[in-house]
Design a protein around this ligand. Structure first.
Ligand SMILES: [Zn+2]
Length: 130
């Protein structure tokens, strides 16, 4: 075996193993019972254990990438929400400190709100294309 088995992508168990049942070989996680992908046959120059490990590791890697992407999106969204909340609070504070002059402030307030909303949309678009 040339490749080390990566930990289980579902439960993180670090000691899954290769098992063969009849004509099928797969990697098995004894912690959460995750299996596969199942290997039925391999080419003449391939080792069935190595193929099973390669497939398992690839899936583990893909699952890890998806997990990290989800985490990144959560962090990004939280940052955008926090920035939006800060901008809105600053606008509300400004309006309060100019009480009595709301007539003058209203259009500036909504203009600033528009700018903030557009900036947030632009940030979200940027995040989607990364
Ligand atoms: Zn597992």
């Amino acid at each position: 075996m040339s490749d080390d088995l990566k930990p289980c992508p579902f439960c993180g168990w670090d000691a899954p193993y290769v098992r063969t049942t009849g004509l099928e070989t797969e990697v098995y996680c004894q912690s959460c019972t995750a299996v596969g992908p199942l290997v039925h046959s391999v080419g003449p120059d391939e080792d069935v254990d190595e193929v099973a490990i390669e497939l398992w590791n690839r899936r583990a890697l893909e699952a890890r990438i998806k997990h990290l992407e989800r985490e990144r999106d959560e962090v990004w969204n939280a940052a955008v929400e926090a920035a939006a909340a800060a901008v809105r609070q600053a606008l509300v504070d400004a309006a309060h400190s100019h009480r009595g002059q709301e007539g003058k402030l209203t259009s500036a307030f909504f203009k600033a709100e528009d700018y903030a909303s557009n900036a947030i949309l632009a940030l979200r678009k940027g995040a989607d294309h990364d």
